[in-house]
Design a protein around this ligand. Sequence first.
Ligand SMILES: CC(C)(COP(=O)(O)OP(=O)(O)OC[C@H]1O[C@@H](n2cnc3c(N)ncnc32)[C@H](O)[C@@H]1OP(=O)(O)O)[C@@H](O)C(=O)NCCC(=O)NCCS
Length: 155
Amino acid sequence: MDIEIRQATIEDIPEITTLFRDTVRAVNSQHYSDKQIQTWSAGANDTQKWEERINKFYFLVAETNDTIVGFAYLKNGNYFDGLFVHKNFQRHGIASKLLRIIESKAMMDGYEEIKSDVSITALPFFENHYYDVIKKQKKVIKGMTFENYIVSKTL
Ligand SMILES: CC(C)(COP(=O)(O)OP(=O)(O)OC[C@H]1O[C@@H](n2cnc3c(N)ncnc32)[C@H](O)[C@@H]1OP(=O)(O)O)[C@@H](O)C(=O)NCCC(=O)NCCS
């Protein structure tokens, strides 16, 4: 599969948010309750927040045949804040490609460490890419508690 990576623009928001909503519902639902999935996926509707993320952060999309099949973004230089792959394109190496570019960007900007907050679902992926768990935590999003992990890697 030919995957092209480019920086996101605000025109990508409808595709990005649909991917986000569908992936949370179809993939993260293995590890979180219906209520948690409902709260989490509703984040897709906050267009202003997505616009801010695209404008302020280093925000990448992965495309194949003009379809967005994944996205990732880096916040504040070395905080890897989001990584989502289309529900129908899981385990095709798309997240690995995005991660390599995100890590290179942090390195080029002079950071020696990268950190992330990762879901239970994504932890095996990050461990496979040599991230260490710093701690297991409970994160509150819109009044709902989510278990996840803070991970880090020396670049
Ligand atoms: C986690 C996620 C981004 C991985 O994306 P992906 O494109 O499927 O990952 P890759 O194909 O690059 O995976 C590379 C390797 O990581 C490991 N890996 C990935 N997903 C895994 C899983 N669910 N379980 C175990 N190992 C996994 C495997 O070793 C895999 O290599 P392999 O397929 O040859 O065995 C994707 O599953 C996803 O979108 N999850 C839901 C959203 C999410 O939780 N994102 C994190 C938000 S905090």
